[in-house]
Design a protein around this ligand. Sequence first.
Ligand code: PLP
Length: 223
Amino acid sequence: MTAETSTTRLEAVRARIHAAEAEAKREAGSVTLVAVSKTFEADEIRPVLEAGQRVFGENRVQESQGKWPALREAYEGIELHLIGPLQSNKADDAVALFDVIETVDREKIARELAKEIAGQGRAVRLYVQVNIGEEEQKAGVPPREAVAFVARCREVHGLVIEGLMCIPPADEHPGPYFALLEKLGREAGVAKLSMGMSGDFERAIPFGATSVRVGSAIFGTRD
Ligand SMILES: *Cc1c(COP(=O)(O)O)cnc(C)c1O
């Protein structure tokens, strides 16, 4: 028996993604695995980097500043995604550190990001977060406003919006929410859909997820 380590779990998640791609008749490699390393220390992330994983998700700017600059020095080709809420006073730090910001969800953030991207000259890729289940406690643009918000980001702020991101309500079948994000993505004219987490990433793939954000299934349970 193999001991359960982050690297054996990473391999298992990759195999499950490949199986789901095949099952959905999608091209092998069409789904990007974003390994969600929030709360885990650099020492716990290193084995996953050694195993070849390069795309990571974090939900806090400050925590990421503490661990990623050194890891970037040590490993080439790292792509870092911000998947947690962004405060407008952190937009400068977020633009400096992240390659993809998945949580654009209001006018003020769009404006700050536009300013920082122009000022820093960094081509950060942006996704709009949709509050797909219209839940009080979740961030994101309501589904009925998502297409117009993407248009405003483009036309008013000159931002390149590449995708949509969502977190469906817990304890509900996620399929209808994944289907709704896919529909909104088509209407908004974006190419990327970030949907699916440890508990449901295989179910997001038939609905067109281009990336899945998987944390605990790789790194283990968070404290
Ligand atoms: C923590 C987090 C994830 C990963 O969750 P797991 O259930 O551990 O896979 C994915 N997306 C977002 C936005 C998160 O905050």
